[in-house]
Design a protein around this ligand. Structure first.
Ligand code: SF4
Length: 272
């Protein structure tokens, strides 16, 4: 099990098992990977790209927290400095494809803020990096939990994504959130609305890592009906995952079944 999957003493000495969107999406994608990571505790070192994204997040979070506490916002050069410090601190625990990748990504990271500075300043944050959770089982043994990047003063949930590609477009030609990103937002909206008591406005904000970086905000409205369906969907999965006789087969058709994205690729291929 991973650290933080259980809370003891709530309620009445009971251990509550918490399921995050990434935990559930891993199970839905590949049961064997789920077992290795979440039940047997295989740790994953972040890739350079993941740490790059976390460093960009750090700048947004820092500026938002300054606004919340009514301190002066970061200047552009301070944004770059916060990025650079965070980036350097993440170097030892991250896996880079090559020696050059660290320098290239670092330079690219500082350059991003020339393009997204105004967007960061346009945000009206109420809280950042906030935990949200809701017990969903009838016996109070398990629940959903997530960490939201930012909630604004109107209660809108923001999830920032750093990516190399623009989001795909829907039939109307508008950028749209992927199924996985919508699943994540629906989990947050469900918890924030006390189990789907009211609809919740959300945004996936895509920060696109390319020569001329771009930022694309995709609004997502999560309705009460969608949250009810989500609750039914995740309950079926969680009940199945908790069954003592549950098998955990590999799924080679999972779209993230590649050596780059699967942290247990070697042992899975040795075994199966
Ligand atoms: S290699 Fe593929 S099938 Fe095996 S655990 Fe990873 S994702 Fe699953």
């Amino acid at each position: 099990m991973t650290k933080g999957d259980f809370t003891f003493g709530v309620p009445e000495e009971k251990a509550v098992a918490w399921y995050s969107p990434s935990r559930l999406l891993t199970a839905i994608g590949c049961m064997y990977q789920y077992k290795r990571r979440y039940l047997e505790g295989v740790m994953i070192n972040p890739t350079g790209i993941m740490s790059w994204g976390s460093s960009v997040h750090k700048v947004i979070e820092t500026n938002c927290n300054r606004r919340i506490t009514r301190q002066p916002e970061l200047t552009l050069s301070e944004m770059k400095q916060v990025f650079s410090e965070e980036w350097s601190s993440r170097r030892p625990g991250s896996e880079f494809a090559s020696e050059e990748e660290f320098d290239e990504l670092g330079e690219q990271g500082e350059g991003v803020f020339d393009h997204i500075e105004q967007y960061i300043r346009s945000l009206s944050p109420e809280k950042t990096e906030c935990e949200t959770k809701k017990i969903i089982s009838d016996d109070e043994n398990y629940g959903l939990r997530g960490f939201i990047d930012m909630v604004d003063v109107k209660g809108k949930i923001f999830d920032f994504k750093t990516t190399a590609r623009r989001p795909s477009k829907n039939a109307q030609g508008l950028p749209t959130a992927s199924v996985e990103h919508r699943f994540q937002l629906t989990t947050y909206a469900y918890c924030e609305s006390d189990g789907g008591q009211h609809e919740v406005r959300c945004s996936n904000v895509y920060i696109i890592r390319k020569k001329k970086p771009e930022i694309i905000e995709v609004p997502v409205l999560i309705t009460v009906e969608e949250m009810k369906r989500h609750e039914a969907h995740v309950k079926v999965w969680i009940e199945m995952l908790r069954h003592p006789d549950q098998a955990f087969p590999p799924n080679r058709r999972y779209k993230l079944c590649t050596p780059k994205y699967c942290p247990v690729w070697d042992d899975c291929h040795e075994k199966y």
